[in-house]
Design a protein around this ligand. Structure first.
Ligand code: NAP
Length: 250
């Protein structure tokens, strides 16, 4: 599909690799100015440079999204420079898997702060100008783990389910200002996060038994759904969760 994001500024967290990179590149390809956020300056810098090299508009910003004060500071700087961020994609995430009895407090807290609290902080700081402009798109990258649960992922499933609750609540809070808030819930997508499973023949065969389409997804599958939700055409969709998972969670 062809969208026009000319004159739109998007911020994508976790844009340094995997799904976030694909989202940043897709939005840029359709004309958006993209602020690429990741933890390391090197990874978001590489993606922003690649976008600019291919004729797009991008800027890199290293922010540890687990740190609410760092998000507040980054948002203030960005709003000084861009006046408005029209599209916010909360994609940065980590896993620290383990069965409940072996899960440390640190593994619980790191996953909640990186995946869920980050989303709260970015929305809090960037949604107000969207509501004033009476146009905005917030897309939260959750997971089928947040819908179905997944043994060994108490922290991650709770964070992703929390993102879905936050999505629905903010959709109701911002609807009167034409700011839509939706979530995308990927299944198994081939990225660094899943390389351990995808590259293990026995484990991947077991996983694919539960995937009707019998293959892993690509980052582009998530980027395409995200670009649609960010578009003008998706203006009547809010508070929804879109699974992109090869049919796993149907
Ligand atoms: P990935 O390849 O591991 O990339 C994660 C990105 O998030 C990286 O750019 C990383 O930054 C960034 N990040 C991590 N912690 C951060 C922090 N504290 N501050 C700022 N940035 C941080 O992951 P992915 O597979 O693309 O996953 C992207 C999102 O999709 C995550 O929210 C994940 O939970 C979700 N998801 C993925 C799958 C899947 O199968 N892959 C399935 C369901 C949901 P650096 O590059 O600087 O390290």
């Amino acid at each position: 599909m062809s969208y026009t994001f000319n004159n739109r500024t998007a911020l994508v967290t976790g844009a340094g690799r995997g799904i976030g990179r694909a989202i940043a590149e897709t939005l840029a390809k359709h004309g958006a100015t993209v602020i690429c956020v990741s933890k390391s300056a090197e990874s978001c810098g590489g993606v922003a440079d690649a976008i600019v090299a291919s004729g797009g508009k991008a800027k890199a910003l290293a922010v540890d999204v687990a740190d609410g004060a760092a998000i507040a500071q980054a948002a203030e700087t960005l709003l000084g420079e861009f006046t408005n961020i029209d599209i916010l994609v909360n994609n940065a995430g980590i896993t620290r898997d383990g069965l409940l009895f072996r899960m440390s407090d640190a593994d619980w807290n790191d996953v909640i702060s990186t995946n869920l609290s980050s989303c709260f902080h970015w929305c809090k700081h960037l949604a107000r100008p969207m509501t004033r402009a009476r146009w905005g798109r917030i897309i939260n990258i959750a997971s089928v783990s947040g819908i179905m649960g997944n043994a060994g992922q108490a922290n991650y499933s709770a964070a992703k389910a929390g993102m879905i609750g936050l999505t629905k609540t903010l959709a109701r809070e911002f609807a009167s200002r034409s700011v839509t808030v939706n979530a995308v819930a990927p299944g198994f997508i081939k990225t660094d996060m899943t390389s351990e499973f995808v590259n293990n023949t026995d484990v991947s065969a077991k996983i694919l038994e539960a995937v009707p389409l019998k293959r892993f997804g690509e980052s582009a599958d998530i980027a395409n759904m995200t670009a649609y939700l960010a578009s003008e055409e998706a203006g009547y969709i809010t508070g929804q969760v879109f699974t992109v998972d090869g049919g796993m969670a149907m």
